[in-house]
Design a protein around this ligand. Sequence first.
Ligand code: CMP
Length: 131
Amino acid sequence: MIKPDAVANGYAGGIISKIIEAGFRISAMKLTALSPERASQFYAVHKARPFYNDLVKYMSSGPIIAAILEKENAVNDFRKLIGDTDPFKAAPGTIRNLYAKSIDANAIHGSDSDANADIEANFFFSVTERF
Ligand code: CMP
C-alpha cells in the first residue's frame, strides 16, 4: 500500500517504477481511501500500541494505492526494497529512504508474512479485481 503522504506528494509513479524494476508482478492495483473505521480494521493488530490512534488518523487522511504484488520470496524481497519502518534508519536507495518523511508518514506498507499478505489482499480486492 502506498500511503497518503506519498500519494499526495506525487511519489506514486517513482515508487511503482522501483517495484516493477525490482521484478514484482502487479496482479491488482487501485487508488482508493480508507475511512477511519477501515483503517482501524486494517491495523487492528497494532491496537494496543501507543501510536495506533495517530496511525489510523493518518492512514485515513487521504487517498492510498493498494496493490497485490507477486514474486518468489515476495514478502522478504519487498521488505528489503522498502527499507526500515523508520525512514531515518532505512538504507540508501530504499523506497522509505527516498520517499518517506517520518515513521507514520513512511510512504509505503508491506505485508510481514505470506499469511498476512493473503489477509491484506482480501481486505482490498475481490477475486475479479485480480489479474
Ligand atoms: P507499517 O508497515 O504500515 O505498519 C504499521 C505502521 O505503524 C508502520 O508502518 C508505521 O508507519 C507506524 N508506526 C508508527 N510508530 C511506530 C513505531 N514506533 N513502531 C512501528 N511502527 C510504527
